[in-house]
Design a protein around this ligand. Structure first.
Ligand SMILES: [Zn+2]
Ligand SMILES: [Zn+2]
Length: 284
């Protein structure tokens, strides 16, 4: 089994184009065709919560206000009319746990991908509203980022923890922490194990300046030692990115003797054998 659960039907940069341009049967077909070609059996979409008006009940942030134009229920209805699993990429908003739980309970998602993109009001992965211009000490950013990840895991709001070390996204373009990163992973991994949340192995990091899968090998290894399970995704924003560089993700999981990945339906998780054979056959 190979999955790609963390998908977007439109590019992030696309803010002017209407929702209707991307949420079409034709666009979904392009993603399905790409998945078939890549040997991916389970495909699901997880649009950013902040593209929907309903997200403003959770957080009043200038970036979200600039993005929140679509209707979450129209999205759910559209995806339910396609062969895609229905997911959502939902930012963890500290203090909004109850409202987040209510938003989720009112809809029948197959899974919820939990993300930390912001430390306080500052984004770790964007220049716009970026944390790095506000906070000069990379160790402070890393510490706060992984504290937020731990809280997100413990909130029990999510099935999958997205790009769990997104804070490294800029690679050498931002100074890294002076401390051993494992000291920051540790509390996050403890929370992951306690909460039993699936850890996303995301090949998106390979497309970013970091040039590395999320999570880093040391982080992934600590997750395995703690008994965590993994979900596999590309975080594709165009059909060409479906299953992006999965050979590398499969190799990482294989090196850690991980033989199963998580699959989801109506927020119930089960484990399936990791389909390395399919990917290998594709390569040859
Ligand atoms: Zn994300
Ligand atoms: Zn995403």
């Amino acid at each position: 089994m190979l999955t790609d659960y963390h998908l977007h039907l439109r590019p992030d940069e696309d803010r002017a184009q209407p929702y209707e341009r991307w949420f079409t049967a034709d666009n979904v077909d392009r993603y399905l065709a790409a998945a078939r070609a890549a040997g991916i059996e389970e495909l699901g979409v997880s649009e950013h919560i902040y593209r929907f008006r309903q997200s403003l009940d959770l957080w009043d942030h200038a970036f979200w206000r600039s993005q929140a134009v679509d209707d979450l229920d129209a999205y759910c209805e559209f995806v339910r009319g396609t062969p895609l699993r229905l997911g959502v990429e939902l930012d963890y908003v500290p203090g909004a746990e109850k409202r987040t739980a209510e938003l989720l309970a009112a809809r029948d998602f197959d899974y919820v991908v939990g993300s930390v993109h912001f430390v306080g009001d500052g984004a770790v992965d964007m220049d716009e509203f970026g944390i790095w211009a506000q906070e000069g000490d990379p160790d402070r950013v890393w510490q706060q980022y992984f504290e937020a990840v731990a809280r997100a895991a413990r909130s029990q709001l999510f099935d999958i923890l997205a790009h769990p070390d997104l804070v490294k996204v800029w690679g050498a373009l931002q100074p890294g922490p002076r401390q051993d990163p494992r000291s920051y992973y540790e509390p996050a991994v403890e929370a992951i194990a306690e909460a039993d949340i699936a850890v996303e192995v995301s090949t998106a990091g390979l497309r970013k300046p970091a040039g590395e899968i999320y999570p880093a090998p040391a982080f992934a290894e600590m997750c395995v030692e703690a008994g965590a399970q993994f979900a596999l995704s590309s975080d594709a924003h165009v059909p060409e990115q479906v299953g992006y560089e999965y050979e590398q993700a499969i190799a990482l999981l294989g090196s850690l003797d991980v033989t199963e990945i998580c699959v989801f339906e109506r927020r119930r998780r089960s484990l399936a054998p990791l389909g390395a054979a399919a990917a290998r056959a594709r390569r040859s």
